[in-house]
Design a protein. Structure first.
Length: 223
């Protein structure tokens, strides 16, 4: 049977979200200095990152809290709009992203993304990384009406690609939403390690995206 597809999470897997957020919020402060300059830059940046909670809190809540805490004389809706419009210009990929995708494509693998988040926002980030054209499939939770770890979103992706779970690997940074959820429906789960979690039950773990083509080649040798 063999592995015929590699499916990926986006944030924290292909997109280095931590570096992207750091870059964005630093520049937002400079851009909107007229309204936020009464706050020390370090405090503004630190509090945004704290409230953002690694992307698991949407920015409407984050900016409402910032406006209240720091007495910012700008509507939180405008701060949110700035985030939505500008974040894509600060997207930082993990190393070897394009080379990895090139190698997987050269081995005739189907590629896809399954990501939680808002549809248009996530698509803009995919485009900003320059990887949209590599993908045979992109599912975003808002547009699908499903979100990881719901098994149906993985099953939908496989159905669209005409594959069984055993023919696909899923690569992600979240132990539950990505790795465990993919494994539960019969896919191989590859964990993209981060610094905050340890001892994750995955079929494979990688520090570098460049390792993924090698893992898939090894899996296909065993078939």
């Amino acid at each position: 049977m063999g592995i015929k597809a590699a499916l990926f999470d986006l944030d924290g897997t292909l997109l280095n979200r931590e570096k992207s957020v750091d870059l964005f919020i630093d520049r937002q402060y400079d851009r909107l200095f007229e309204w936020v300059g009464h706050i020390a830059k370090e405090r503004y940046v630190h509090r945004f990152i704290e409230l953002d909670s690694r992307g698991y809190v949407w920015k409407d809540k984050v900016y409402q809290q910032l406006v209240e805490e720091f007495n910012i004389k700008m509507a939180w809706e405008l701060l949110l709009e700035d985030y939505i419009q500008e974040f894509k210009d600060h997207c930082v990929p993990f190393p070897h992203l394009i080379n990895m995708l090139d190698e997987l494509k050269s081995n005739n693998l189907l590629l896809g993304i399954i990501t939680n988040g808002y549809g248009q926002f996530q698509m803009e980030n995919v485009k900003a990384l320059g990887i949209e054209t590599y993908m045979d499939l992109i599912l975003v939770s808002e547009w699908e009406g499903l979100k990881k770890p719901d098994p149906q979103i993985f099953q939908r992706a496989l159905k669209k690609l005409h594959l069984s779970p055993e023919e696909a690997v899923f690569i992600g940074d979240h132990p539950e939403n990505d790795v465990k959820a993919a494994k539960q429906i019969g896919m191989k789960g590859i964990w993209k390690r981060d610094d905050l979690r340890h001892d994750i039950e995955a079929d494979f773990s990688v520090d570098d995206l460049a390792e993924i083509p090698f893992i898939i080649k090894e899996l296909n040798k065993k078939k």
